[in-house]
Design a protein around this ligand. Structure first.
Ligand code: USQ
Length: 388
């Protein structure tokens, strides 16, 4: 099911994937030609077309639903009040509609959802981030010590990330009330473009977003290096984040599907990431590989200057994930794709223009505490930072 929202966002933003993306019909035909297999398709908006969603679930009675029907970019979600409202409406309704439809139709299917590491706020508490649940000890009313497992506290850094924290509560509720079986994959920042499947044919190539709204950081750096643009490190580059190669994303979804929870089991949460890097180190690695320049630019986001991050990802490792890490040859593969399609790049779309706060001045309070940063708007922007 697809409502083509991402293709419409391209039109809105005047930015396209660096790699040329064929129409869905062409992609499905290419897949059939190359593999002899069919992928069914229905144009449907999961956040709006509830009755059709129920009909489809009833007709297919799937064993599993992989739920990706969400606006996925933090900067896009922060562009304006419209983008905030759209992201909340779309993401929260899509998840609630799917869960309500599963209950209404009585289909016993496993929901595999793409969540995000960003629900936790990148380990600002200084602990190792567990897989969803945290053991806490509290003083009971009668003075005894009580131990409980709770959902790890959330600390979203954007409206987009906020919607994924709302999803967590929806899953917890429907799981408790209706025994819906859910695996929530808390994914880090994806890098890379190709998987074994998309490499089969040029018509199957994945998106390569490089623009300031949808491009993720490592792909942006590799693409910037390919076109001779300085690597745009936001702020000090002290932000530490979790990463995963796109091939591992696909493997993890497969592992989740092959290992469904039992009925009555609480929501499974896996941290879907393979490694952690500080952004300035990452820029250094790309510089070493390509000789690119590094430019420290004002940070349009409100995020910690520096953070440590330690993440537990044992559950996917136990299921058999063998991590693909930041190897030179894989980074070269991304750089080669960027080189091959660089004629399609619009350099004016590279700067990240979506600002987290409206003030034109840096957040002085945050500067005083040294905890967060917000830089002045890039030249030419209105106070809302909305370039749409
Ligand atoms: N950044 C730069 N330079 C750039 C672009 C980004 O320094 O040119 C910085 C950002 O300020 C941020 C970090 O790199 O500190 C990551 O930014 P990003 O755009 O690569 O990733 P993010 O906005 O966090 O979101 C992405 C995906 C989202 C997913 C999330 C996983 O768009 O769907 O949920 O990664 S995570 O970051 O672990 O929450």
């Amino acid at each position: 099911m697809d409502n083509f929202a991402r293709r419409r966002a391209d039109v809105e933003l005047g930015a396209e994937s660096l790699t040329p993306i064929r129409t869905l019909d062409e992609r499905l035909a290419a897949w059939r030609e190359v593999t002899g297999r069919d992928i069914g398709f229905r144009e449907l908006d999961v956040a709006k077309d509830y009755d059709e969603l129920c009909e489809l679930l009833q007709a297919l009675r799937p064993e599993a639903v992989v739920h990706f029907a969400e606006q996925r970019a933090a900067p896009y979600s922060m562009k304006s009040s419209w983008h905030k409202r759209y992201t909340v409406d779309n993401n929260v309704n899509a998840t609630n509609n799917l869960l309500a439809a599963i209950v209404e139709t009585g289909v016993d299917c496993h929901v595999v959802h793409l969540g995000t590491m960003g629900v936790y706020g990148y380990g600002t508490a200084g602990t190792k981030i567990p897989e969803g649940y945290l053991s806490v000890r509290m003083d009971g009313a009668d003075g005894t010590e009580i131990e409980q497992e709770i959902l790890h506290p959330t600390n979203p850094g954007s409206i987009y990330h906020l919607t994924k924290t709302q999803d967590q509560l929806l899953f917890a509720f429907y799981n408790k009330n209706d025994e819906i079986r859910v695996t929530d994959l808390h994914q880090g920042i994806v890098w890379g473009t190709q998987t074994a499947e998309t490499k089969l044919d040029d018509r199957l190539i994945n998106r390569f977003d490089y623009d300031g709204d949808y491009g993720t950081v490592l792909n942006r750096f590799l693409m910037q290096a390919a076109i001779g643009h300085p690597l745009t490190v936001h702020g000090t580059g002290g932000q530490t984040r979790a990463f995963i190669h796109i091939q591992d994303t696909v493997r993890c979804i497969r592992l989740a599907l092959e290992n469904p929870p039992q009925r009555g089991e609480r929501v499974r949460i896996f941290n879907q990431m393979t490694e952690v890097h500080r952004l300035r180190d990452l820029a250094g690695i790309v510089q070493e590989l390509t000789g690119a320049e590094i430019e420290y630019v004002g940070n349009p986001r409100k995020e910690a200057f520096e953070n440590e991050l330690a993440v537990d990802n044992q559950r996917l490792l136990d299921l058999g994930l063998s991590p693909t890490t930041l190897a030179d040859d894989l980074m070269r593969e991304v750089a080669e794709i960027a080189e091959r399609f660089k004629h399609r790049c619009d350099r004016s779309k590279i700067p990240a223009r979506s600002r987290w706060v409206r003030e034109a001045e840096p957040d002085m309070r945050a500067e005083r505490t040294g905890r967060t940063q917000a830089a002045p708007a890039p030249a030419g922007l209105g106070s809302r930072g909305h370039d749409g």
